[in-house]
Write a protein that binds this ligand. Structure first.
Ligand SMILES: *Cc1c(COP(=O)(O)O)cnc(C)c1O
Length: 396
């Protein structure tokens, strides 16, 4: 059985050294020495300022909304945030949980990030923020989105859960916007078992958020705000520190696997068009087929060989009634780009430890089942126009 992902575990001896320090300090949580060390080392590694560690990536979004005044006591009934329907459910459910509505703006069919032109159309007097996603680590059209936000007086909170380490025009992508959130869940490139972070543009917002994550009380005998518990603990920080020690190996192994897939599959499936000004972190290997029927055929063939590929992200969030009943497209209506993509996309296994031979078997299986249905994007005989068959560089 080849899983779609396998959480990375660092060298055990290394972890034990960090655990020894916890046994010595008896400090288990509450921004202890390992948590502080992790915060400092991550800020340095990611080349960012104003980084706050939190318990997970969903809390990171929720605390960011609060700290920037998007949600919370000052937010009017019926507020919304303009966001993408093509993401993990937490991007939208975190808004709903805090009383907001998603105002979905459709995605660009090539980059799979939210389309800035659709964002303009989705903004209404009820809009309080933009919440774009750097989907699969691909940088959004940040300049365009930030100009739109500035024109409308809205903060930008990027869900950067996939964008660990990505650089844009020579600087960390995570510096963009009023805040960028990260997830350090076990399945992400870098993890703390569960964990997350928010990177704020302004120090004051970070301080507001820090107070919120610790019950609104940072000093003894003082309660300064209504807060919640969004802390990371020392065992999580120990895991994070170990993985940060080994991060170069993790990234190299992922890049090798990614490239091996790309070489073998590029003529057979459609791939994400990468932002040309951004680096890649090889967090996922998503492939797109011509139709859902073809996808299901490939999925069955992979399953028969014990290979777990995952439909990710599926369903498209604008197809989920509990998230946005008003916006769910009904039969007969034209599909959104997000719905169309969601129905045809599959993520292939990628994790350190996946062998070259396994990658080759996966590629062979994909190609064989595509051979049976006789469909391959970009191959001779493709009935679509040449430019539709091949990935083309994005215009930004
Ligand atoms: C993983 C993920 C989250 C949620 O992070 P958790 O740490 O699991 O709470 C949010 N958004 C996106 C895009 C994600 O992939």
């Amino acid at each position: 059985m080849i899983p779609v992902t396998r959480p990375y575990l660092p060298a055990r001896a290394r972890l034990e050294r960090y655990l020894d320090s916890i046994y010595n300090s008896h400090c288990l949580t509450n921004n202890g020495p390992l948590t502080q060390q992790l915060g400092e080392r991550l800020a340095e590694y990611l080349d960012v300022e104003h980084l706050l560690l939190v318990g997970n990536g969903t809390l990171a979004l929720q605390i960011a909304y609060r700290a920037l005044g998007v949600s919370g006591p000052t937010a009017e009934e019926g507020w919304n945030a303009v966001t993408t329907p093509f993401s993990f459910v937490a991007t939208t459910s975190s808004l709903k949980w805090d009383g907001g509505k998603p105002a979905f703006a459709d995605i660009d069919p090539d980059t799979w990030c939210v389309d800035a032109h659709r964002v303009v159309e989705a903004i209404s007097p009820c809009s309080r923020a933009l919440v774009p996603v750097h989907v699969f680590g691909n940088a959004c059209n940040v300049e365009h989105l930030e100009a739109i936000a500035a024109r409308n007086g809205l903060p930008v909170i990027y869900d950067g859960a996939h964008a660990f380490g990505v650089r844009y025009k020579g600087k960390s992508l995570l510096r963009r916007g009023d805040a960028t959130t990260l997830s350090f869940h076990a399945t992400k490139i870098f993890h703390c078992i569960e964990g997350g972070a928010i990177i704020f543009r302004c120090r004051e917002d970070l301080e507001t958020a820090r107070l919120m994550t610790q019950f609104g009380t940072l000093q003894r005998d003082r309660i300064d705000a209504v807060g919640i518990n969004a802390k990371l603990n020392e065992f999580q920080a120990a895991m994070g520190l170990c993985i940060l020690d080994e991060i170069d190996t993790v990234l190299t192994q992922r890049a090798d696997i990614w490239e091996r897939y790309r070489t073998q599959l590029t003529d057979w499936v459609r791939l994400q068009v990468w932002n040309p000004k951004a680096t890649q972190n090889h967090a996922y290997f998503p492939i797109v087929f011509e139709s859902e029927a073809v996808l299901l055929q490939v999925l069955t063939a992979l399953g028969a060989r014990g290979i777990e590929a995952r439909r990710y992200f599926y369903p498209s969030l604008d197809d989920v009634a509990c998230l946005s009943p008003a916006q769910v497209h009904h039969k007969g209506k034209q599909q959104s780009n997000a719905q169309s993509l969601a129905s045809r996309i599959l993520c292939l296994p990628i994790y350190p430890g996946l062998t070259s031979q396994q990658v080759d078997v996966i590629c062979e299986t994909v190609k064989e089942s595509l051979g049976h249905v006789g469909i391959a994007f970009g191959m001779p005989g493709c009935t679509k126009g040449e430019d539709q068959c091949r990935t083309k560089p994005s215009p930004n």
